[in-house]
Structures are given as C-alpha cells and as structure tokens.
Design a protein around this ligand. Structure first.
Ligand SMILES: C[C@@H](N)C(=O)N[C@H](C)C(=O)O
Ligand SMILES: [Zn+2]
Length: 255
C-alpha cells in the first residue's frame, strides 16, 4: 500500500506573533513641530529626492526630531523671522546612525551615479567625505545639527520630485534648478560644490544677502554655521556632545 502522506508540521495555537520592537527617543529629544509647528519641514532623506536617490534607512516618517535646546533656538529664530515675512524650512534634523552608515556604503558604490547630475555635478563621488560634505559620524546623529533655509511668506506650493526625472545641476540658476519654494541661496540643498561654501566668492547680491540673513538670525540665537555648507548649523553647547544615537525617526519613538 502507498505510504501515508507526511503529516503537516505541528502547529501550536499559541505560536507567539513577534512584537515589533519600538525604539523610543531618549529624554531630551523632541519633535520640532511640538515646539514650533510654523516651521516648514521637508525632510529630504525620508524621500528619494536626495543625493542617494532612495529614502534613507532610519527616516520612517518625514518628521524633524532635534534636542530640546536646538528646538528652542529654532523657535526663537522663527519669532524673529516671521515679522520680517520669512519662515524657516528644515531639510534634515536628527539623523540615525544607520543613515550615516548608508551614506558610507553608498559612497563606496562608485557605480551608482544616479543623482550626480543634481547633487555633485562637479565633484568625484570619492571626494564627498574627504572634502567635508558628508560626515561618516555626523553631528546630526547627536541631535544638535540642522540643515535649513529661508522661505518667503506665504510659502508657495512646490511640485513633488518624481524618481527618474531628468536632473539639473544644483549650481544652475534658480529658474533652472529643481523648484524649491525657498529664497535663492545660489545653490540647491545638499549641493556638494565650492559654490555652497557659505562665503563662496562667486555668491553675491540677493543670494549673498539671503545667506547672511539666515546666518545673522541663527547666530543671534546661539547656532553656528558650517563653512562648507550654507544650510548646516549646529548648537555649540549641545546636550549630548559624545553620544551618537540610532533610534528611528517615527511617531512611535515619542509614544
Ligand atoms: C550631508 C549634509 N546634509 C550634511 O549634513 N553634511 C554634514 C557634514 C554632516 O553630514 O554632518
Ligand atoms: Zn547638515
């Protein structure tokens, strides 16, 4: 007689369903919107519109998370800017360590040049860390660095980026660059080029005035600019000067 069919693997009604691990934000970190909901948030690394071309690990939601004193400094800056007809717009805030690690791995993949034409048109990818445009261990992972710009009020709507669309150089005139409702800073965000140096000699007129306005207001609330990038500021007296965090950017981290 034929052999009986094999019996199905034993199942137990009580097989445990894995509980997703919630990684909480440490005390001292806040959602920027809870301190100042008027600041625009366009968290690029939660989207494919960044120098890697993909959403970056750890950015589960397009949300700005920072340390409490950085949030308060940004709120104080916003209070100076609003009566002058401007708002801040943040592009990057706290950055999980896993995102730094992705940036390092992406840089080692020399064959991936998908976003070169927009973000590093004049620089070899192998130079991005050496020239100080991206940090392997970033101050963003300590929660006290922020990438940001100025937007004229009322903020104009912006079209979304479509993955695969033709790219234009971040150093091109504003009318030719990817449309951003910010004021003209003479380069786009995360433009890895000499022209992005805050005091680049080629930047004059309105763009230089815009960079200076951003710097003057942020300096007055205690923040310090990074000379290689007009958009990058940090809080010198930061609460976690030696700690690099890896909790993900999502709402669950704050429940
Ligand atoms: C990658 C860019 N947005 C940035 O923040 N650069 C500095 C150097 C950093 O990674 O800390
Ligand atoms: Zn930055």
């Amino acid at each position: 007689p034929p052999a009986p069919p094999p019996s199905p693997p034993a199942t137990t009604a009580s097989s445990p369903t894995p509980t997703p691990q919630v990684e909480h934000a440490p005390a001292g970190f806040v959602r920027l919107r809870d301190v100042d909901p008027s600041i625009i948030e366009e968290v690029r690394y939660a989207t494919p519109h960044n120098f890697t071309g993909d959403p970056v690990p750890g950015y589960d939601e397009p949300m700005c998370v920072v340390t409490q004193p950085l949030a308060e400094a940004l709120h104080a800056a916003q209070q100076q800017l609003a009566p002058r007809g401007y708002t801040l717009k943040v592009y990057d805030c706290y950055r999980p360590r896993r995102a730094d690690e992705r940036f390092v791995a992406w840089a080692e993949d020399v064959g991936d040049q998908r976003m070169k034409a927009e973000f590093y048109p004049g620089l070899d990818k192998s130079r991005l860390f050496a020239d100080g445009y991206i940090a392997a261990r970033s101050g963003h992972s300590r929660g006290s660095s922020v990438d940001l710009t100025l937007v004229r009020l009322p903020a104009r709507p912006q079209r979304p980026y479509v993955p695969g669309e033709p790219l234009t150089s971040c150093t091109a005139p504003a009318a030719q660059r990817f449309p951003d409702n910010s004021v003209d800073m003479d380069t786009g965000y995360d433009c890895f080029d000499n022209l992005a140096h805050t005091d680049a000699p080629g930047v004059t007129g309105e763009a230089a005035a815009n960079r200076n306005l951003l710097r003057d207001v942020l300096t007055s609330v205690g923040l310090k600019n990074y000379a290689n990038e007009w958009w990058h500021y940090n809080l010198p007296h930061e609460p976690f000067p030696d700690q690099y965090f890896d909790f993900p950017v999502n709402s669950a981290a704050f429940r």
